[in-house]
Design a protein around this ligand. Structure first.
Ligand code: SF4
Length: 409
């Protein structure tokens, strides 16, 4: 009987292997619509070898993010921007910037890095999740070939002082480019008086090689690097990236597996793992949670999330509860009432989290950074503007009681 079971097991395994190899061979001969070989020009300036590709079963497995896509010849991953071409994993978006802006730091929002400074911000097409409330769906849901061939990018800021009021004004120079190479990003960041670079808007994980190379060059020039991400990345690639990333903002979209499945088309666990990895690697990071009425605003999961953060990441992690506005595929959900955000913040404060902000509500007192010890305002904000900053001149310490505030000041 035991021998029969072993033989049956072996037969099933062989059958599965044969089906996989057969499917891979079939797809390589007849690539599905939307694959590289049917839609993408054979030669283009944005293709580079991709990292974390492993040849298996007549195909390539991409191990950059938790989907671990298996790619037969000519097919793309779930993110639409990584492909098996000639048995090699390739990225299709190296230097393919689609949205490039000079933003205030507070717009990211990142509150514990150079308050009130400018940050050179860019995105490439693609995303490995499918959020129904995506604010940047025009760039995150497209194939790279659907993006405009050229982008307009800021290249220089000219500062002039008004003779009468002595106030300083800036005017930006722009340029139209087909490719935006890492060295260009660094040069334009410096020329626009940015102190840091943000990889943002879409999902930077899927333009990993482009981000990594830019971050390396930026670090050499004294610029800080900021990744704004949903945190859907495998631990190995994350660890490599953290050598150059100064602060990471993770969009923790909810704390409920069903919500992640239905509204994000992903899983919660990999995002929790990313947060644990960030903590393990002593990285500086902030968390943002977009609170949508009726979807992820129940008190129970809020409390569960806060307790998990406190226990596993510590009380010092800055947490934002941000207001949802009707968007993309969730036009029927109303904007979040401010009281809901305040309720979430109060839960977090009651549990002892020290830096809890409310996002997307201009003028709310929870935009400010408070000293966790003496409770005084240390950074006063109004929307994207910083009205008062007591931390930068005091090297990140509260001037009243000396408490050290985590961040780069
Ligand atoms: S980055 Fe993720 S979604 Fe894209 S090909 Fe790799 S494993 Fe798949």
């Amino acid at each position: 009987m035991e021998k029969f079971n072993q033989a049956a097991g072996l037969f099933v395994l062989t059958l599965i292997l044969a089906i996989n190899v057969g499917a891979a061979l079939f797809i390589s001969k007849f690539p599905p619509p939307g694959s590289f070989s049917t839609l993408f020009p054979a030669k283009n300036p944005w293709v580079r070898e991709g990292k974390f590709g492993y040849g298996i079963c007549n195909g390539v497995q991409c191990r950059l993010c938790p989907w671990n896509c298996f790619l037969p010849e000519g097919t793309r991953g779930r993110c639409r921007v990584r492909i098996n071409q000639g048995g090699k994993l390739k990225t299709l978006v190296y230097s393919k910037a689609v949205s490039v802006h000079l933003d205030p730091m507070e717009k990211k929002p990142v509150y514990h890095l150079y308050p009130g400074s400018l940050i050179y911000s860019l995105a490439a097409p693609g995303c490995n999740l499918r959020c129904k409330s995506c604010q940047n769906w025009e760039i995150s849901t497209i194939y790279p070939e659907e993006a405009s061939a050229k982008s307009i990018v800021p290249v220089k800021i000219n500062l002039v002082m008004d003779g009468l009021t002595r106030r300083i004004f800036g005017s930006l120079e722009h340029k139209e480019v087909e490719t935006l190479a890492p060295e260009d990003i660094v040069n334009y960041s410096l020329a626009t008086k940015s102190r840091s670079i943000a990889y943002t808007y879409s999902e930077p994980v899927v333009f990993y090689e482009y981000m990594l190379e830019t971050a390396k060059l930026a670090s050499e020039k004294g610029l800080k690097n900021v990744m704004i991400s949903a945190g859907y990345i495998n631990p190995g690639p994350l660890k490599e990236l953290l050598k150059y990333m100064d602060i990471v903002k993770i969009d923790l979209k909810g704390f409920n597996s069903r919500f992640y499945k239905e509204y994000v088309s992903g899983e919660l666990e990999p995002v929790k793992n990313t947060l644990l990895e960030l903590k393990k690697n002593n990285a500086l990071f902030e968390i943002v949670n977009l609170v949508a009425p009726g979807l992820n605003d129940d008190e129970e999961s809020m409390k569960e999330m806060v307790l998990w953060i406190k226990k596993n990441l510590g009380k010092e992690v800055p947490v934002f509860f941000s207001r949802f506005s009707p968007n993309y595929q969730l036009q029927n959900i109303p904007a979040t009432p401010v009281e809901t955000l305040e309720k979430a913040r109060n839960i977090a404060l009651k549990e002892g989290l020290q830096y809890v902000y409310i996002g997307n509500v201009t003028g709310h007192p929870a935009e400010h950074t408070y000293c966790p010890r003496c409770k005084r305002v240390l950074i006063e904000r109004y929307g994207y503007a910083v009205l008062k900053d007591l931390l930068t001149p005091n090297k990140g310490r509260c001037p009243y009681d000396g408490a050290k505030i985590p961040g780069i000041w």
